[in-house]
Each structure stands twice: as C-alpha cells, then as structure tokens.
Design a protein around this ligand. Sequence first.
Ligand code: CMP
Length: 141
Amino acid sequence: NGNITFSMIKPTATQNNHTGHIINMITNAGFHVIAIKMLHLSKDQAKAFYGVHEGKEFFERLIDFMSSGPIVAMVLKKENAVEDYRKLMGATDPAKAAEGTIRKLYATSMTMNAVHGSDSDENASLESRFFFSDFEVFKQL
Ligand code: CMP
C-alpha cells in the first residue's frame, strides 16, 4: 500500500561500503524496495537525470560527482513516501541534517550528500521511469 518515491545511494556512500546500512535504515523506516539496481552513470546520463539543475552554480560539480562511481537506484513504496523519505534523508546540507538521518551519518558535503530522494510525486514517477522499465518495478509488493 502507499505511493512511491525514487532514491539513489550516491558515489562515495557506495564506495565506502554503506549501501547495506542505508538500505537497512530505509526498510526499518517502513519502506518497501520495489525496484533496485546498481550502475555507473555516464556524464550524459547524469546531466539528463539532473536536467532541471542545468545552469546552476553547483551543476558541474554535481555531474562530475554523480558520474564518479557506482550508484544504487531504488524505487521505494510506503504511505506518504516522498515526504517521509525526505525526512529520513535529512537536509541537503549535511551541517543542517537532523540526528538519526542518513545524511547526518554519511553525507560529507552539499555535493557528496550520500543519497537522493524525489521532491514530488510527479518527479518520483519521472525519475523511476528514467531508471526502470515497467516490468522491473514490483508494484504488487
Ligand atoms: P539531490 O537531492 O540529489 O538533488 C540535487 C543535488 O545537487 C543535491 O542533492 C546536492 O547533492 C547537489 N547540490 C550541490 N550544491 C547544492 C546547492 N547549493 N543547493 C542544492 N543542491 C546542491
């Protein structure tokens, strides 16, 4: 039951072996993983995914970082998934992230901030479709 959000575990967090603990935090918070894959984004793929941020001051840093190593892409399902996952991640700036959040534990800067989560239901579905085809998402779970 519930709706979906799209999440990525970013480079550095994957390379520092935090993938398992981050997924544990996600499932302990009541989310169901209904799609998952690990992959290394090309620069062009990272630019396409983060297209809305093109032109912003941090865009090049973001693209270089997101294409620097493997990421884990996931579709998560839960009641109130988008908002609840943003709470679990904590603030984008790790200095402002609350105790017990994923970013408080694993983010090291604004760019290297461990995880991504969708900011709206509409973007959750767009971002999910960027990574997963229909038959890779287990909606019945
Ligand atoms: P994310 O949730 O993946 O969405 C956009 C990303 O841009 C954000 O997390 C940050 O990692 C990155 N970023 C870097 N600098 C900034 C900034 N000043 N404001 C917002 N996002 C930033």
